[in-house]
Design a protein around this ligand. Structure first.
Ligand code: 2NL
Length: 344
């Protein structure tokens, strides 16, 4: 029996050597190690052996089986590796083929300008905050010192969702909401960019939807001179260090006193030209000292705190910097227009 097992082992190893595929190896495995295989058969006949022979034959059968298994595994691995090598050789890639062109888009010019302006104010110590575009009458008007029936509401008619919900006409409600979260403790130093909506007839300089950036600084001892310093630094960073600003008295319900901010004309250097309508100045911002009513409604004691606020239209800033003559270009998605801002 020992000899028979020895013989079977030799035969199996020879067949493994000859096998040239994983499939062929599998049939060798079934043939020798399967339930109906010759080794199983030998083991079945062990009952007739003597006590002395039985362990020896058992041991031999196990050894032969183990050896066959080991060789099968070895050969399988070998064949699989060879198959992969073969495949890799066959699938070589032609790296000289031209690649597919990657069409890269670009930020929309308004996004680029918003981000540039945000960066400038962040550099001046401001934080950027955002809020909802659908607002309540309360936050859009009341908290900004614009009670119902106030004549200044006429200039900010909007799109109403219900009688007391509307598309915001300014980003000021975001500032009112943010101020409230400070619970009367300054400083608050924020800029709020975002879309705003007004009832308007669209033309080259008007759009019923536009981008605004407003900002404010509330603290003890904030003065008009702080407002002028911050806006001058901002304008010079955005338009160039050779520009200057001037303030003219104006009116907003949420600031007192209020000012219009002009920047010196970059085309004629202040001498007067068509761009500045021969005045040497271009109006770019509205601003002022925050009205005590507004501070109070947002939780700040106007006897302790003061603040300045300002607002600007982003389209106007983009149009002046890039020489764009019609606000509607920003919203009509003409690819010839947009492609010009790939590096902006
Ligand atoms: C403009 C003028 C302005 C403000 C916006 C403001 C906000 C709060 C309190 C006080 Cl919470 N003021 N914002 C102040 C002055 C002018 O915008 O021409 N915008 C396009």
């Amino acid at each position: 029996m020992i000899d028979r097992l020895q013989e079977l082992g030799r035969e199996a190893l020879e067949e493994i050597k000859q096998a040239d595929s994983v499939k062929a190896l599998e049939s060798v495995r079934v043939k020798y190690l399967g339930k109906k295989g010759p080794i199983t058969e030998v083991l079945r006949g062990m009952g007739q052996l003597s006590e002395e022979e039985r362990p020896k034959v058992g041991q031999k059968a196990n050894d032969v089986r183990e050896e066959i298994k080991e060789k099968l595994e070895e050969k399988t691995e070998q064949l699989e590796k060879a198959a992969i090598d073969e495949k890799l050789k066959a699938e070589s890639i032609d790296i000289t083929l031209p690649g597919r062109e990657v069409k890269q888009g670009a930020r929309h010019p308004l996004t680029a300008v918003v981000e540039e302006i945000e960066d400038i104010f962040v550099g001046l110590g401001f934080q950027v905050t955002k809020g909802p575009e659908v607002e309540t009458d309360q936050y859009n008007f009341e908290k900004l010192n614009l009670p119902a029936e106030h004549p200044a509401r006429d200039m900010q008619d909007s799109f109403y969702v219900t009688t007391d919900m509307l598309l915001r006409t300014q980003t000021s409600p975001v500032q009112a909401r943010t101020m409230e979260t400070f619970e009367g403790q300054g400083p608050v130093k924020i800029v709020c960019p975002g879309k705003v909506y007004r009832r308007d007839d669209d033309d080259a300089t008007h759009s019923h939807q536009f981008m605004q950036i407003e900002g404010l600084y509330v603290d003890k001892n904030v003065q008009m001179s702080d407002l002028k310093g911050v806006l001058e630094a901002f304008v010079q960073k955005y338009f160039g260090a050779d520009r200057s600003i001037r303030l003219r008295p104006s009116f907003f319900p949420f600031t007192e006193p209020s000012v219009e901010v002009d920047v010196s004309c970059g085309i004629c250097g202040g001498k007067g030209c068509r761009v500045c309508k021969y005045s040497g100045w271009i109006e770019v911002l509205g601003a002022g000292m925050i009205h005590p009513n507004v501070l109070e409604m947002s939780g700040f004691d106007p006897e302790i705190y003061t603040g300045f606020a300002f607002g600007m239209g982003v389209e106007r800033f983009a149009m002046l910097k890039y020489g764009i003559d019609d606000i509607r270009h920003f919203y009509t998605n003409d690819i010839r227009f947009l492609n010009q801002f790939k590096r902006a």
